[in-house]
Design a protein. Structure first.
Length: 1274
């Protein structure tokens, strides 16, 4: 059955659409029409109700899905989502309800119906369910609804979208907006009272002129739209003043205008005037416009230039509204206080008040526009402290370049020359799971619609955007009116889109990086790039994402748009790629800064940069470029030859701030002032009284002390603080210090201050020991200045001498230091530095900063450092609370905590001396004494810890100590654990008693006298028969196929044939060793057979130890080489290894009286002196090593060889010959050095093997078989 509706589908109103859908659903239910998986009957019925135009519109809304294949429920959701915002701002609906009024001619029943309809979307029934006070919610509704400024109300509602605000938060936010509005649009200050910069007018000297003549003599005219009422906050149309509330009170009612001759107004406000300047500025500043939140105003920046007055550079503001030029007292003093002549005329400000003059300065003025010509001028000197002067019409008209900007014909389209940067491509990538976002267009004020349309047409004509008929993406726009009031800037509101855009981590240079490139520079240049982001073309995948939805349709960007969060990173990357790295050049978004020492160098760099920009089609805004200047304003600072200074404009804002009335006002002021904190010495000390007022436990009370600190901070910033920029090529020194309250550091280069650093300690950090606070100051200061120090070698100066050794990068970290110092030392390992100890009295700057007491600025606020050993709180031994309480009650640990904090270990008691010996490992954390990472428990809890660690399963003393020492430490822990375990009754009952005594084999006096034998089974290989000499440790290992007596006999015959027959052969009771064949053969050759007791392998310890050595060595066998090859290499290593046990030399020397040739034994280099024994029995002669010839041979040159010929020698024929006797130092077991021993190293009998400390062994090469080495006692 078909469904027919009278009305067409409404796509303009959400209310009408919901009503239409409700009627459609009702008819579908009554007729039993519904969608199934195989039959979309309801969708077909819906399509039958649509006309052609509606069908096309619905297809666009559901694209890219196919309308005919969608269920009615999905189509309905798309339609409602199109007309209704996804998130309704509830407070806005409620505020609209509170502001509803009965319409003119509207019946009471109609008004009530409208109220009921609005109440539905307000959801008043949820007020109690939201958890908030209903009264507070009602106050909030009425507060927003009652705001008189629509612009502020829109901004409050926009803020409410992101986070719900309370009444207090709304009040604070509105106050902030009003302060910003007052700052941006407030009236100008009178010139003679506070600042120079308003319009100035010259008067003829007439001391007896009446008040009316005084007002008319100014010749100032102002124009204002006529209004019926004049209040005290508006400018009077007759006199231009604000000093009266009623028009009838104006003294200009009976005055005659000198401009037009009419009665009733002064010349300054005459509507027929030819010039309009100062009063016009004042009126525009007082006027207020109320527009939606996406309509923002923009101020007109002042135009400054540099001129030379008597040969010295002076900053001047161009003011065509000023009748004459002038300078301030400060500029006159900077010029050297040249003589002044008396003023013959008076200076009048825009409000009519007379400014105080010091006199007239006769001088020569030169600017760049005069082509080297000088202008003789008479400049009035005004009694004020402004840092710049005014360039009035008298001098502006004399400059040939004054009207140069006016001569340029404005372009019809400023975008027409944006060709796009060659090779640059912007890309916008989305996160996984991101989908299209389409938001409805926002309504524009009627006055802005033609301006927005004109701007969109210009952008479309230039190819920046292109119109699209349909799009899955769409973001609303934000419109900003430009300073000329005749054009706008359009930016997309991509707040929703940015949440799904992948970040690009190409960072814009920090302020420290930018300033470091301007170090030691005298001339500066800044290039401004026109419409910066619009010069980067977008790739095809990114264009749809940037679509904007306007009242004139959808437009898609072809260039990188403003508002996308990755746009700054993309633009910075492409510009740095284009311009590359240049010394003295920094690329900061759309600004290119250059700094040089000479003018010629600046011209070369500037020409090269401009050529690169021109070749890449980069457009430069010449009107905003500064081609050459001795100083430059950048990121709120002034940088010149002297260094870095605060921007006077920003400082003036700080000066204009009134005394704070609450903590939030105070925090705003400190936030603005601390921007320049690194330029002001002892800045934190000056802010200390103000910081105290910020504390949560303090009631805000503005006192005389706070007022004095407030004034001191302002004065510090206005006194032209200056530091030098960081110079990468100059040596760096970082001075650090710490007190019990704060940290301080100073970065110095070549005697010039670069940066002041200071911060307070947190509550946890204040409990650190003295050495840890000093170490914290080092780590914090180094990481705070990381950008300047990383990759550069610098000097670290501290007044704590132990840190000179602990943090010394060329030495290993002591094992006794605390875990915190270990971690900090690892953090410093990334830096290249040397540590110097300097007494505190020689580091007054860093010491002063560390002695201040101020609030945490960039430290962690009240971080609670949790103990690394907090696992003990899980009930294993004792709880953390018990440890804290016991430590607090223990007098020893209380004194110890204080000593650790202060670092005063001079005179300590006997019981504290063990702690003093390890003081570098002690610290205080969370109320506990810590040794490294382990807690020092109070003595009253130590017995409980011992019982908890031992009594449950009664482990051994070593295991008990290992368990306790994971978490605890105290002096004598090892002794107490062993005593406790020895006295444990249960352990005493189960402790085994040794029923035998340990006997050892008697020592042999010669090699191969007693040999020990055993089998060794190797997994995957088979059996080895092992033999080991008890005297030398010489090993033999032969692979055998089985454990038969025949295999044993075959091995013994081969080994004994090489090494000789031993006197005794020791083995266990294995059948193959006790067989009659083996025994009979041993007796026949004169070898005594000895078998160890059964089941007592310790009796054959020599063989058992060789089994373990062989097995351990074979773990390295990778089966890449044959097993027998690896086994022989292992045997060679064992035979030539260093002595083991009580043996005096390695097995090869003790067995054969010589060193076996090993790949590592021939270490002589060409030219080394040696002793060479040419024949046995002949004395050795001096020779020189020439080159290795074979594995064990080399070519040498004997000293007595006629003609210095070469001779082939074996490595057994020479020994090393040092050039001179050497003093040998022998280490004692405890690391101390004994008295040195003089070795006569030219004795050929000198052997390099050492005996006991103080002994030197001399051996003849061929006497080892017959006698023991002879050791001569020193």
């Amino acid at each position: 059955m078909s469904i027919k509706l009278r009305d067409p589908l409404p796509l303009e109103s959400i209310e009408e659409l919901r009503a239409w859908v409700e009627v459609f659903d009702a008819q579908a239910r009554s007729k039993g029409v519904q969608d199934t998986d195989g039959n979309l009957a309801l969708t077909d019925a819906f399509l039958g109700c649509l006309g052609v135009a509606q069908l096309i519109k619905v297809k666009q809304l559901v694209a890219p899905s196919q309308l005919s294949k969608m269920k009615w429920a999905d189509i309905k959701a798309c339609l409602i989502r199109f007309l209704e915002p996804q998130k309704r701002l509830l407070i806005s609906e409620r505020a609209a309800f509170m502001s509803m009024r009965q319409g003119e001619g509207e019946s009471i029943t109609g008004f009530a119906a409208r109220l009921r309809e609005q109440a539905v979307v307000c959801e008043f029934e949820k007020l109690k369910d939201e958890g908030a006070n209903p009264a507070e919610q009602l106050i909030k509704m009425r507060l927003i609804a009652g705001l008189s400024n629509q612009d502020i109300r829109s901004k409050v509602l926009e803020r409410e979208v992101s986070s719900e605000l309370s009444v207090d938060q709304i009040s604070d936010y509105v106050q902030q907006l009003q302060m910003v509005s007052t700052f941006l649009t407030g009236p100008l200050t009178a010139l003679g009272q506070a600042q120079v910069g308003s319009a100035v007018h010259q008067m003829a000297p007439s001391h007896d002129a009446p008040r009316r003549d005084l007002e008319d003599a100014a010749g100032v005219n102002a124009v204002e739209k006529s209004r019926p009422n004049v209040s005290g906050s508006q400018i009077c149309q007759r006199c231009g003043q604000k000093s009266h509330r009623k028009p009838t009170d104006c003294w200009a009612l009976k005055a005659t205008c000198r401009q037009c001759g009419k009665l009733g107004h002064f010349a300054r406000v005459c509507r027929s005037a030819k010039t309009h300047f100062a009063a016009e500025k004042a009126m525009s500043a007082d006027s207020t416009s109320y527009e939606p939140v996406f309509y923002c105003g923009e101020g007109t920046p002042a135009a400054f230039c540099m001129v030379k007055i008597n040969g010295k550079q002076v900053k001047m503001e161009k003011d065509s509204g000023a009748a004459c030029s002038l300078i301030s007292r400060k500029i006159w003093e900077d010029l050297g206080r040249p003589p002044l002549k008396s003023a013959k005329s008076r200076m009048l400000a825009y409000d009519g008040h007379v400014m105080k003059q010091l006199g007239i300065l006769e001088c020569l003025v030169e600017t760049d526009g005069t082509d080297g010509r000088f202008i003789a001028a008479e400049l009035p000197v005004i009694d004020c402290q402004q840092t710049f002067g005014l360039l009035g019409r008298d001098l502006l008209n004399s400059l040939p370049a004054h009207h140069s900007d006016e001569a340029k014909a404005p372009s019809s389209n400023r975008y027409e020359s944006l060709l796009g940067i060659k090779g640059a491509v912007g890309e916008i990538r989305l996160k996984t799971g991101a989908g299209p976002i389409f938001q409805p267009a926002r309504e524009l004020p009627l006055a802005l619609r033609p301006l927005v349309k004109k701007e969109l047409d210009l952008m479309e004509k230039a190819g920046i955007v292109e119109r699209v008929t349909s799009s899955e993406w769409g973001s609303p726009i934000v419109v900003t009116v430009k300073s000329d009031k005749a054009s706008v800037r359009i930016c997309g509101d991509y707040t929703a889109v940015n949440q799904w855009v992948q970040d690009q981590t190409y960072l814009t240079p920090s302020i420290e990086t930018a300033f470091s490139k301007m170090a030691n520079k005298k001339l500066f240049c800044r290039l401004d790039l026109s419409d910066a982001y619009y010069q980067i073309p977008l790739d095809s995948e990114s264009k749809d994402i940037t679509t904007i939805n306007t009242p004139f349709g959808c437009y898609r960007f072809n260039r990188l748009p403003y508002g996308i969060k990755v746009s700054p990173s993309v633009f910075q990357r492409e510009m740095e790629k284009l311009l590359g790295e240049h010394p003295g050049v920094i690329v900061y978004q759309d600004d290119v800064l250059m700094g040089t020492v000479t003018k010629a160098e600046l011209e070369n760099i500037r020409t090269g940069i401009l050529d690169k920009l021109r070749a890449a089609n980069v457009k430069v805004n010449e009107a905003k470029c500064i081609m050459e200047a001795p100083s430059l304003k950048f990121l709120g600072h002034i940088i010149d030859e002297e260094g870095i200074k605060p921007d006077p404009g920003m400082v003036q804002r700080i000066q204009d701030v009134e005394a704070p009335k609450n903590k939030k006002d105070l925090e705003r002021f400190l936030g603005l002032a601390q921007f320049y904190g690194r330029l002001v010495p002892n800045f934190a000390e000056k802010c200390r009284p103000l910081q105290e007022l910020r504390r949560a436990d303090r009631v805000f009370e503005w006192s005389s002390v706070a007022e004095a600190a407030f004034a001191c901070v302002k004065q510090s910033l206005s006194s032209n603080p200056c530091v030098k920029p960081f110079d990468v090529s100059s040596p760096v020194c970082l001075r650090v210090d710490a007190s019990e309250q704060s940290l301080g550091a100073v970065l110095v280069q070549s005697g010039h201050l670069v940066m002041y650093l200071s911060r307070a300690l947190t509550k946890s950090e204040a409990n650190y020991s003295n050495i840890e606070r000093e170490a914290l100051a080092i780590v914090w200061a180094v990481e705070r200045a990381r950008k300047m120090l990383l990759g550069k070698r610098f000097t670290l100066q501290t007044d704590h001498e132990p840190l000179k050794y602990i943090f010394n990068p060329s030495k290993n970290l002591p094992k006794t230091v605390s875990a915190r110092l270990m971690r900090w030392a690892l953090r410093l390992s990334a830096f290249d530095y040397v540590v110097e100890y300097v007494p505190g009295r020689l580091m007054a700057d860093a010491d002063a900063l560390s002695r201040l007491s101020f609030a945490e600025q960039d430290a962690q606020n009240d971080l609670i450092h949790q103990l690394e050993s907090e696992v003990v709180t899980e009930g294993a031994l004792v709880t953390l609370q018990e440890l804290r309480e016991g430590t607090r009650r223990c007098s020893l640990l209380t004194r110890l905590r204080q000593t650790i904090r202060t670092g005063r270990w001079g005179q300590v008691s006997q019981v504290e001396r063990p702690y003093k010996a390890c003081r570098e490992a002690l610290s205080v954390e969370d109320g506990l004494v810590i040794h490294g990472t382990r807690i020092v428990p109070p003595p009253i809890l130590r017995r409980r810890i011992l019982e908890a660690a031992h009594d449950e399963v009664h482990p051994s003393a070593d295991n008990t100590k290992a368990h306790i020492s994971k978490e605890f430490w105290w002096p004598g822990l090892d002794r107490e654990v062993r005593t406790f375990v020895e006295r444990c009754p249960q352990c005493s009952e189960t402790r085994p008693v040794l029923q035998w005594k340990i006997d050892i084999w008697p020592a042999e006096s010669e090699p191969w006298a007693r040999v020990h034998m055993d089998h060794c089974e190797i997994s995957g290989v088979g059996l080895l028969l092992l033999l080991s000499d008890s005297y030398s440790g010489w090993p033999e290992a032969i692979q055998v196929p089985d454990r038969s007596a025949e295999s044993v006999l075959r091995v013994l015959r081969a080994v004994f044939a090489r090494n000789g027959v031993p006197q005794t052969l020791v083995s266990d009771n294995a059948p193959e060793f006790k067989s009659e064949k083996v025994s009979q053969w041993l007796r026949s050759i004169g070898c005594r057979e000895l078998h160890t007791p059964p089941y007592h392998p310790a009796s054959n310890g020599q063989a058992e130890r060789l089994v373990r050595i062989i097995k351990d060595g074979l773990r390295a066998w990778t089966k890449v080489v044959p097993f027998d090859h690896f086994l022989q290499k292992l045997l060679l290593t064992i035979r030539t290894s260093r002595p083991s046990g009580n043996r005096a030399a390695s097995p090869d020397i003790l067995m054969w009286g010589r060193r076996l040739r090993h790949p590592l034994t021939m270490t002589e280099q060409a030219g080394d002196p040696i002793w060479l024994r040419m024949r046995p029995g002949t004395p050795p002669v001096p020779a020189k090593f020439v080159v290795q010839h074979g594995l064990n041979t080399a070519l040498v040159t004997p000293a007595n060889q006629p003609g210095g010929g070469l001779r082939l020698a074996h490595s057994n024929q020479w020994t090393g010959r040092p050039d001179s006797p050497k003093r040998l130092e022998t280490p004692e077991p405890d690391g101390a050095l004994t008295d040195p021993v003089v070795a006569v190293e030219d004795d050929p009998r000198l052997d390099l093997e050492r005996q006991e400390p103080g002994n030197i062994c001399y051996r003849e090469p061929y006497e080892f078989r017959h006698r023991q080495p002879v050791c001569y006692k020193d």
